[in-house]
Design a protein around this ligand. Structure first.
Ligand SMILES: C[S@@+](CC[C@H](N)C(=O)[O-])C[C@H]1O[C@@H](n2cnc3c(N)ncnc32)[C@H](O)[C@@H]1O
Length: 397
């Protein structure tokens, strides 16, 4: 039954989402309580982490786990992956409609996340979503959620779901194409380099053929090391093409320093916990509920970069680690325009420095900071630089 009230657009997801997801699960005869879902969620997590064979979690148990846990957890990843597009005005409803192609949509967590990102920014209008997936059962469950939720804050969500075999019916270009946690599932039999080549080619073709000139292609992946390093390898290949603009998360197109460091990987870990109502299930399934981790790429065709829209300031960098606090100093790993050029720097500030500490002490992973002059590794004297937090793009907003 359509909800008379719009669903809340807050993150973490409000209690109204818990009631809605439970009612969709019950209508399908699926388990919905934390006690019943703990086992299926733990099994599904093992499969996604490569600790159990894929076939070991199928059918209604897996679908129930996806609806009751993965969906409400992953909506925030979709919302946060487009946050910079929304806050910079490059993804906007403006009272009209945003067309979205959600590839490997599953239950539609990415599309719902995009709706939340727009609604949270106070926008009104609609999302006209096309979902493509090989799993029709998953899409049906997601369709039931969207039918019941039809409006999220000021954003209406309408959709059509297509089997991957009918994907060509989704003709034309879209304002936003999003592929959430699907790259990980594709072409696993290939070797590392060949698979990265294949995925870079696929993304280039998708960007050229399915994304409008001022639109974006967003790829979201789990923050696991192997998945994220694969995304870094794909990024490396994409950067060889001038037709591809890298909007975010990187502030430069130079080689990824994390990829160049054996065993390293660069991912988001935003200060956004699971909704309180989901914590008992996470706890029962032995999963974390603190922080939101994922990796992502936002690609465009029109040359607009986060660097160009974020700030005129020099020395723009992103915080790419948590603060490393040791005796007498506070250190952070930064990536962007550093004193040594595009790449990473690891400056530290001594505790005995008292002045101008605001931006340095409050910055969290994902934040953008500007330093004039640009910052390098080693001791940073805050009285010798102008330091600014680019607040409207902070992940805490
Ligand atoms: C981990 S789920 C992610 C679902 C959703 N995008 C999200 O982020 O929550 C991956 C989805 O990709 C779909 N998938 C896998 N291979 C596919 C293919 N070749 N074409 C379309 N969808 C595919 C799966 O059926 C599954 O629903």
């Amino acid at each position: 039954m359509p909800s008379p009230e719009p669903l809340s657009a807050s993150l973490p997801l409000g209690d109204d989402w818990q009631a809605l997801l439970a009612s969709v699960a019950r209508a399908k005869g699926w388990p919905a309580s934390a006690k019943e879902l703990a086992g299926p969620v733990a099994e599904l997590s093992k499969v996604y982490n490569g600790l159990a064979p894929e076939g070991s979690s199928r059918g209604d148990r897996a679908l129930a786990a996806r609806l009751g846990f993965s969906f409400p957890r992953d909506v925030a990843k979709g919302a946060c992956a487009v946050r910079e597009l929304v806050s910079s005005g490059l993804l906007a409803a403006h009272g009209g409609s945003v067309s979205v192609l959600d590839i490997g949509a599953g239950m539609g967590a990415m599309s719902v996340g995009v709706a939340i990102a727009l609604a949270k920014a106070g926008q009104r209008g609609s999302i006209d979503a096309t979902w493509v997936d090989s799993d029709l059962e998953a899409m049906r469950a997601g369709e039931a959620v969207v039918r019941a939720a039809s409006r999220i804050g000021g954003i209406e969500l309408s959709l059509r779901g297509l089997s991957h075999r009918d994907a060509k019916e989704a003709s034309g270009v879209f304002d936003l194409v999003i592929a959430g946690q699907v790259l990980s599932e594709l072409d696993r039999a290939y070797g590392e380099a060949e698979r990265a080549d294949l995925h870079a080619e696929w993304l280039k073709t998708t960007l050229r053929e399915r994304v409008s000139h001022s639109g974006a292609l967003v790829v979201v992946e789990p923050a696991l090391r192997d998945r994220t390093r694969h995304l870094h390898r794909v990024r490396e290949r994409l950067m060889a093409s001038e037709a591809v603009t890298l909007f975010a998360p990187c502030l430069h197109r130079a080689a990824c320093p994390a990829l160049a460091t054996k065993g390293d990987w660069c991912h988001e870990d935003l200060p956004l916990d699971l909704p309180e109502w989901l914590v008992p299930l996470a706890r029962a399934a032995g999963l974390r509920w603190e922080g939101l981790t994922f990796s992502y790429l936002v690609l465009r065709r029109d040359g607009a970069t986060l660097r160009s829209v974020a700030s005129n300031a020099r020395g723009l960098v992103r915080v790419v680690s948590s603060a490393l606090v040791s005796k007498g100093k506070r250190e952070m790993l930064l990536c962007g325009e550093t004193a040594e050029g595009p790449g990473r720097a690891r400056p530290f500030v001594l505790d005995r420095e008292r002045d101008n500490r605001g931006a340095w002490d409050s910055a969290v992973r994902g934040d953008l900071l500007s330093f004039d002059p640009p910052v390098g590794s080693g001791r940073l004297a805050l009285d010798a630089v102008r330091t600014e937090l680019v607040d409207d793009l902070s992940p805490r907003r």
